[in-house]
Design a protein around this ligand. Sequence first.
Ligand code: KG4
Ligand code: ZN
Length: 343
Amino acid sequence: TSVGRLLAIETSCDDTACAILAYDGTILAECVLSQTDHAILGGVVPEIAARAHLDALPALVAEVLKKASLTLADIDIFAGTTGPGLIGGLIVGSSYAKGLAMALKRPFMAVNHIEAHILTPRLPSLGAALHFPYLTMLVSGGHCQCVSVEQTGHYVRLGGTIDDAAGEAFDKVAKMLGLGWPGGPALEKLATEGRDDAYALPRPLKGREGCDFSFSGLKTAVNRLIDTQDPTGTRDALPRQFAADVAASFQRAVADVMADRAEHALALSPNATALVVAGGVAANKTLRHALEQVASSHGIPFFAPPLRLCTDNAVMVAWAALERLHAGETPNDIDTAARPRWP
Ligand code: KG4
Ligand code: ZN
């Protein structure tokens, strides 16, 4: 099947995104709307997110079509994230894409959000020329796993978090330090003023067999450390240098654990041609640097997609659908229901 253009919608968390790609993967237009209400609320509120997706989608799709100088009639196939994620948002976005597909008598493809994250580095325009198999460390606010990407549609999950996702840990520690939400970027900035060896924090699961992650023990240790300085709990009153030292020490601990887990993953998949990091936490320079060193010690390239394609977006959803078309799949997922969990 030769498909001209594919329009994809992503609504699995708090970003509403739409993108149009040509069959060869050329990005014709893309847009992401971030829901700012959650920053005030200190986290994603699922019901608010779902309603905001519904409000945003009509204008967002129109805007992306306009950017590409196209109309809906020019779209040959539609795709939407149907899981995993927050069920309300998944239903809104995938139903919207299905509605467009049905109205225009075009096929619909249901896309797995995790699959989309881990296939993105293969987008031709990124020039990474990634070949199978490669190893992806997926680290975001909602996900933390280590996956060997064997082929399109064939993934081996080598490990995952047994409690919090990495981004979640960053956000929670940032909150303890009195920083805003999402906390990852603010914590990284504060850490530049601190010493990463100021406090000896635990490295959960470091050295253990396999590639699982755990962050709750580290989080608890940070909380206890902060309590020693601030027994009354008014976090905004923390001395700045102390907060910066805690931020730097925490960040170092996360990077050390990640590097160790990546080492183990590479030992389990000796044929890996590259080490890739994806997800919002991939923005973190300390983490990137630690993983880069692991890759270079194994003599394989390290690759991180540009940040806008690491965080949630619809280009990745469109590309995952295109990869499946390229692999010969015939699209007809109109009956595929949205699902919060999709292993
Ligand atoms: O992939 P993403 O945009 O959304 C999902 O969770 O799917 O990832 C957002 C997460 C947040 O937890 C945020 O704090 C974290 O990525 N993050 C960072 C940095 N930038 C974003 N964590 C550490 N350092 C950063 N520079
Ligand atoms: Zn994501």
